[in-house]
Design a protein around this ligand. Structure first.
Ligand SMILES: Nc1ncnc2c1ncn2[C@@H]1O[C@H](COP(=O)(O)OP(=O)(O)OP(=O)(O)O)[C@@H](O)[C@H]1O
Ligand SMILES: [Mg+2]
Length: 345
């Protein structure tokens, strides 16, 4: 594969970014979607899909991002790659604010980032051959000098993800779910990215296949020095692959910590409730432990609750929680942060 080291010398770097710095810093990010009405399509409200997110991702790590359906995980991932346009905030990638770049500059930057999607059925065009699918990013970014090199690169990419290089002439429907996800990964790798958003990349697969794809993603991470934002519904899925985990609720990150720390000592009641929903294989522990059952449904992201937006479902909520918004560093124990006035002990 083309030298990953080349990334550091790509143009457009205004100030010297080094690999010791975070690869990505998201600050105060909001992505709202307008809700329109009437013939004039006047905006009457907004979906606050991402509503003030701060997040730091270190070079070479995997940050897991979890939360219930609709809490804004995909919108956050897509906003970082500017596949949707954020409403406000900063996205500092390798020392440079992506939201201040013009189209041309952004295009060049996009070469350094890629996305792997949940559904390998929906995200691969059934009319394209595997070679066309994997080769498309090479064409978009002008990365292959001639047909022969293009062909070689496609074969190399297929080999790297554990597929037979001769599969280039086949169509996606000829493959199993796991193989299709490998095609999606080969496509993501085509631009030689350093940062990849894996959006529910394994959620649609059988458990045994999930493990294979996780192994593949981990191997590729070592091989190509990749940094992952790994999105999933479920804490049990992200635990093994993540160095750190961020928990999202209704458009906000409510807790972030090292993966083991988050499992052992969750501080936010929402994280506690997600963890208590994971079955423990040992029946003695399972019987003895306390479950946190959430009341009610997730409120609408169109009109989120005042103060802490989890308070309407929280068993610890008090008056203060309705009045003030707890910043993420309300609980601050080294790398462990939680947005809660009355955290778990
Ligand atoms: N293009 C869009 N236009 C309007 N609303 C949107 C759009 N995309 C997402 N939303 C809304 O934004 C909110 C967050 O959606 P998002 O898909 O980011 O959540 P998610 O956490 O990825 O959910 P899931 O786990 O189901 O994938 C939801 O209320 C969703 O309906
Ligand atoms: Mg999603």
């Amino acid at each position: 594969m083309a030298a990953v080291a080349e990334v550091a010398t790509k143009p457009l770097l205004k100030k010297a970014w080094t690999a010791a710095d975070p690869i990505l810093e998201v600050r105060g990010l909001k992505t709202w979607f307008p809700i329109t009405s009437g013939i004039l399509q006047r905006t009457i409200a907004h979906v606050h899909a991402v509503d003030g997110v701060d997040l730091t991702i270190k070079q070479g790590e995997t940050l897991g991002l979890v939360g219930e359906s609709g809490c804004g995980k995909s919108t956050l991932g897509r906003s970082i790659l500017r596949l949707v346009e954020p409403t406000e905030g900063e996205i500092i990638f390798k020392g440079e604010n992506l939201l201040q770049l013009g189209r041309g500059q952004l295009r060049a930057r996009r070469r350094d980032m890629a996305m792997i999607f949940q559904d390998p059925f929906a995200s691969l065009d059934p009319r394209q051959t595997v070679g066309e699918i994997v080769g498309e990013p090479l064409d978009i970014h002008g990365l292959a000098e001639n047909k022969k090199l293009r062909q070689e690169r496609i074969q190399e990419l297929l080999r790297v993800v554990g597929l037979n290089p001769s599969f280039g002439n086949r169509y996606p429907h000829e493959f199993s779910g796991g193989q299709r996800q490998r095609i999606g990964i080969a496509r993501a790798l085509a631009v030689d990215p350093s940062f990849i958003v894996c959006d529910e990349a394994i959620s649609a697969l059988d458990v045994s296949i999930q493990a294979q794809i996780i192994n593949l993603l981990e191997r590729l991470q070592d091989q190509f020095n990749l940094t992952y934002l790994f999105i999933a519904h479920d804490l049990s899925v992200v635990k093994h692959i993540s160095d750190r985990i961020a928990v999202m609720y209704l458009g906000k990150v409510v807790e972030v910590a090292g993966a083991n720390e988050l499992y052992r000592k969750p501080k936010h009641p929402y994280t506690g409730s997600l963890l208590s929903a994971i079955p423990i294989p040992d029946p003695r522990i399972e019987r003895g432990r306390e479950r946190i059952i959430l009341r009610g449904d997730v409120p609408s992201p169109v009109d989120p609750p005042s103060g802490c937006r989890f308070r309407t479902r929280c068993f610890k909520a008090q008056e203060k929680c309705a009045q003030d918004v707890p910043p993420l560093d309300t609980v601050h124990l080294g790398d462990h942060e939680a947005a809660c006035f009355f955290p778990l002990d």
